[in-house]
Design a protein around this ligand. Structure first.
Ligand code: ZN
Length: 330
């Protein structure tokens, strides 16, 4: 799926015209800081900028998308595009030094070089010093794009040497559009957009229809928690735990339960618009007879607590068993 400025503009309607204007005036900065939440498209924007910068057949503001440079960027193996990500929580000096060495040679292909550094707020002090030196003496034909989700944690010396660009969190409509572009049907796209709030997860979630299976398990589990108490723990060990192995899957799983309870609560108080599990009305109605509004809201609180426990590295089985008990207790 090749990006274009138009795709990127859907998510960031203010950033793209600004960058295009700089390109048209041939006044790109030598260093940018992209600041914004996860899923706001910083990384995709940085790659597209790199492509336009390194493409030797570009005539307008877009890269040609077909030359050797463009293809290599698509395949993630362009020799003059360097990406750096956080290694065990911090970016170390050795990584920057290696990059500098690389930059002191001429660009192997085009004499131009681009480097993209993720999570620049997590760099160690010595790594920042090396980078600063580099930013103070920019060489012709280099473009640096630093990314962060937390501008407040970026050193001011770094901020002052870069052109800062703020990315907004994507809107629900935009998220739905992106899911649909990834091949997800609309009904499901709404569910996923409400669920993750983060398009960076698109690939991981759509691979192997995982989210469809997880949705099915959540529906079974929640129905059983209220109506067939003993079955719920069996479903937990037989279906939930084997399917939700990765941390991000477990977090999504809890989020799905949260949305289920939210729907249930909305239905209970007669607010049936904007439900996520639109096909569950009958089940909700069945459970609603024996469950009070207070019990459901306490269930929501228990899910919040479970999320905190998961983030504090409590084993998932313990987190889930405790959650099911708590919801059943009311
Ligand atoms: Zn090209």
């Amino acid at each position: 799926m090749q990006q274009t400025w138009q795709d990127l503009e859907m998510a960031q309607p203010r950033v793209v015209p600004f960058l295009i204007a700089s390109l048209k005036k041939d006044r790109l900065s030598h260093a940018y800081l992209f600041n914004g939440p996860a899923g706001s498209g910083k990384s995709a924007m940085a790659i597209y900028m790199a492509k336009r910068f390194l493409c030797r057949q570009a005539t307008g503001v877009d890269p040609c998308q077909v030359c050797k440079d463009c293809m290599r960027i698509d395949h993630g193996n362009h020799p003059d595009l360097h990406k750096m990500t956080v290694d065990k929580q911090t970016i170390k000096k050795e990584q920057v030094t290696a990059l500098q060495k690389e930059f002191s040679y001429r660009g192997m292909e085009s004499q131009k070089k681009v480097y993209i550094i993720h999570d620049v707020d997590k760099m160690t002090a010595s790594a920042i010093n090396s980078l600063l030196k580099f930013l103070e003496e920019p060489t012709q034909g280099t473009l640096a794009i630093l990314l962060t989700e937390n501008r407040e944690a970026v050193l001011s010396t770094l901020l002052s040497r870069t052109q800062q660009i703020n990315f907004l969190a994507p809107s629900h409509e935009n998220m739905v559009a992106q899911w649909m572009k990834a091949g997800v049907e609309e009904r499901h796209a709404h569910f996923l957009a409400a669920l993750t709030g983060n398009t960076a997860l698109i690939k991981e979630v759509t691979d192997g229809d995982w989210s469809f299976q997880a949705r099915g398990v959540v529906l079974q589990l929640m129905k059983e928690v209220y109506l067939k108490r003993d079955h719920a723990f069996l479903t937990l060990s037989d279906k939930w735990l084997p399917l939700l192995k990765e941390r991000f899957q477990q977090q999504l799983g809890l989020e799905m339960i949260f949305l289920w309870l939210k729907d249930f609560l909305y239905m209970k108080i007669g607010k049936e618009k904007g439900l996520v599990y639109v096909d569950q009305l009958q089940v909700f109605a069945q459970i609603a007879r024996s469950t009070s509004t207070q019990q459901i809201s306490r269930g929501v609180e228990h899910v919040m607590e479970a999320k905190r426990h998961l983030n504090a590295n409590v084993p998932i089985q313990l987190v889930m068993e405790r959650l099911l008990f708590k919801i059943q207790e009311g």
